[in-house]
Design a protein around this ligand. Structure first.
Ligand code: MEV
Length: 286
């Protein structure tokens, strides 16, 4: 029997723009998915294309038990975390000898199949390696970790990443003169933020700008605006939607002393709050 866990993720800057080759910054977060795999002749009877994909790809059979601290379909990368933790546990239980980069790439392949062609390689990379991750020129690499105090606000409004990504793509095709400068501005915010991790006030301001630019792309939602405004009023340095938008989650960068107040404001504005920070471990044996 082997138990492994893997973390969820948030985009700090640059979501959607990364789809068009722009840079982005993502971060692994504390809430995790825990998966126990046990060798068994009887294949796992689970209703999840991600778990099924893990057994199919590795050609072994076993039973699984999953415990998740991450809300699903909220943009926090829970499917990637399930896939990475399951693959890691299978790798351990069956002694397959896969390394982290194998886990990340096989997990991405499984996500792509389960999501019919569109998946985020960032989600599986961040969940496998943990930490702070820069996406640049189509590659991902870890940056030195930063202890940002974040409060996540889940709108509980469901969204479809594939539809939002397609919608932005169509908007860009039909209006390049309008959309390209927005993507360029998101790129500028992402790159400037990387040089200002020490200046939390400025970083918060950049988050506010990134949020406005994502709204300009058309991926905002009234429930996101409500949680973003509530967080700012409660003392956050800045706040923005995270991930695909159109519902899902937002993040607020907070002074340490204001975390609970911001979380309270998110709950009072009908969101579900998670106080969190960076997870530097990635996939981990429990
Ligand atoms: C979704 O979490 C982030 C997007 O940029 C899509 C992606 O990076 O694949 C919208």
């Amino acid at each position: 029997m082997a138990t492994w866990s893997a973390p969820g993720k948030v985009f700090l800057f640059g979501e959607h723009a990364v789809v068009f080759g722009k840079p982005g910054i993502a971060m692994a977060i504390k809430p995790r998915v825990y998966v126990t795999v046990r060798r068994s002749r009887n294949p796992a009877r689970v209703n999840s294309p991600y778990i099924e994909g893990c057994f199919e790809e590795t050609g072994v059979t076993g039973s699984v038990y999953i415990h998740s601290q991450l809300p699903s379909s909220s943009g926090l990368g829970s499917s990637a975390a399930v896939t990475v933790a399951t693959l890691s546990a299978i790798n351990d239980e069956f002694g397959l000898g896969l390394g982290r980069s194998d886990i990340a790439s096989i997990a991405y392949k499984i996500e792509k199949k389960a999501q019919r062609g569109r998946a985020s390689p960032t989600d599986t990379f961040v969940s496998t390696y943990g930490g702070l991750v820069l996406i640049k020129d189509g590659k991902r690499r870890r940056l030195p970790p930063e202890n940002f105090n974040l409060v996540i606000g889940n709108t509980l409004v469901s969204h479809k990443t594939s539809e939002l990504v397609a919608m932005v793509g169509e908007f860009r095709m039909s209006n390049p003169l309008v959309v390209d400068p927005i993507l360029d501005a998101i790129e500028a915010v992402t790159l400037r933020s990387m040089h200002n991790f020490h200046d939390l006030k400025l970083l918060g301001r950049y988050m506010d700008v990134n949020h406005a630019l994502l709204e300009a792309l058309g991926v905002g939602h009234p429930a996101l605006s409500k949680l973003v405004s509530a967080s700012r009023a409660a003392g956050a340095y800045g706040a923005k939607m995270t991930g695909a938008g159109g519902g899902g989650c937002m993040i607020a960068l907070c002074p340490k002393r204001s975390k609970s107040k911001v979380a309270g404001a998110i709950e009072a504005a009908d969101g579900k709050a998670i106080i969190t920070t960076i997870d530097t471990d990635g996939a981990r044996k429990e």
